[in-house]
Design a protein around this ligand. Structure first.
Ligand SMILES: Cc1cc2nc3c(=O)[nH]c(=O)nc-3n(C[C@H](O)[C@H](O)[C@H](O)COP(=O)(O)O)c2cc1C
Length: 336
């Protein structure tokens, strides 16, 4: 209701300052007496995926609430599930600013944030503080100063820490903004990472008696051969889910528009078709053996339906939330 007015003002200011201001406001409003201002009812559409029960299939994608500061606020807006992070073992500042750009004409965003976050312990403290009892994904990554060959240790250490607090854990190896991170998506490094994480998941399952699904988040900048080869690894290791996709480094999708030459990952409307193609291809390989969470360019019921038709069982969004506000959920739910 208020969002178009807020947006008209906010879009005159630096995107990251507005983001920080929004997060700090929502963190205060979320569990206080003013939370009715941000609450909305989204019709129930229960689904069961990865053994988890979702009240609706629309999730908040990772990166908007990196430190889990606004869990109560986002849940009141009606999301069926929330994914917080990416979080790394230690706090880190991320890349130099400016690092976040709005491409308004395309309802798109370029970001090169670089996993700015307050560290995994801080995120866990925020999860404990929240009153949320719905599905919570925790998205984990590696610190920038951890050498790639030691990257696995960062993922294992985050997995151990978040395991008891997450409904599912997402392994983010697809951000374009941590140098060489995407190398972990390939060959022996990928096999080794997935095998080790699965082994750790089994240990943690045994210790705690709770099974927390392990999900891998994939980049859209990959080819068909890649998808068929890593699908085999995912199936062999019984990975529980795939999130497709992260942002793209393909700027030809916004050629000629403001900020199109900025380094970083592109998200929003221009990503839709590219990420749908990746989902379709994964679906050919994974069928119903490993569910796909579809993300990239969802801005309403038509694009959400396309994601489902491509093979996704659940959807997530980020950029359209920035452009349309919480009401985007009301149009996306019409796809189901
Ligand atoms: C500013 C910004 C920061 C992001 N940070 C993360 C992140 O920390 N971890 C992650 O897995 N994805 C991150 N993403 C990617 C989103 O989760 C999502 O995969 C991508 O934006 C495509 O969805 P959309 O088109 O609905 O925005 C980020 C996206 C944006 C725009």
């Amino acid at each position: 209701m208020f969002y178009p007015v807020i947006k008209n003002i906010a879009f005159n200011f630096d995107p990251e300052r507005i983001h920080d201001l929004t997060i700090s406001s929502l963190s205060k409003i979320g569990s206080g007496p003013l939370s009715f201002l941000i609450s909305q009812h989204i019709p129930e559409h229960a689904v069961e995926v990865m053994g988890l029960k979702f009240k609706n299939p629309i999730g908040l994608a990772a990166g908007l609430d990196k430190n889990g500061e606004c869990i109560d606020a986002f849940s009141k807006m009606g999301f069926g599930f929330l994914e917080v992070g990416t979080v790394t073992p230690k706090a880190q500042p991320g890349n130099p600013k400016p690092r976040l750009f709005r491409i308004k004409d395309a309802e798109a965003i370029i970001n090169r944030m670089g996993f700015n976050n307050k560290g995994v312990d801080n995120l866990i403290a925020n999860v404990i503080k929240s009153n949320y009892d719905g599905i919570l994904g925790i998205n984990i990554g590696k610190n920038k100063d951890t050498p790639l060959e030691k990257g696995k240790d960062d993922y294992i250490s985050c997995l151990k820490k978040v395991y008891d607090y997450a409904s599912y854990v997402t392994v983010n190896i697809s951000s374009p903004n941590t140098p060489n991170l995407r190398d972990l998506q390939y060959g022996q490094a990928f096999d080794d990472l997935i095998e080790s994480l699965k082994m750790e998941q089994m240990n943690l399952n045994e210790e705690s008696g709770k099974y927390v699904p392990l999900v891998i988040k994939i980049a859209p900048d990959v080819n068909e051969d890649y998808i068929s080869s890593i699908s085999k690894v995912l199936i062999k290791n019984k990975v529980d889910g795939v999130i497709a996709t992260n942002t793209t480094i393909d700027k030809s999708l916004i050629e000629g528009l403001d900020f199109s030459n900025e380094e970083g990952g592109l998200s929003g409307r221009p990503l839709l078709d590219k990420s749908n193609k990746i989902i379709s291809r994964f679906y050919m390989e994974l069928k119903d053996e490993i569910p796909i969470i579809g993300v990239g360019g969802i801005d309403g019921s038509v694009s959400a339906k396309q994601k489902i038709q491509s093979g996704a069982k659940l959807v997530q969004l980020y950029s359209s939330f920035i452009y349309q506000g919480p009401s985007v959920l009301k149009s996306v739910i019409k796809a189901f």
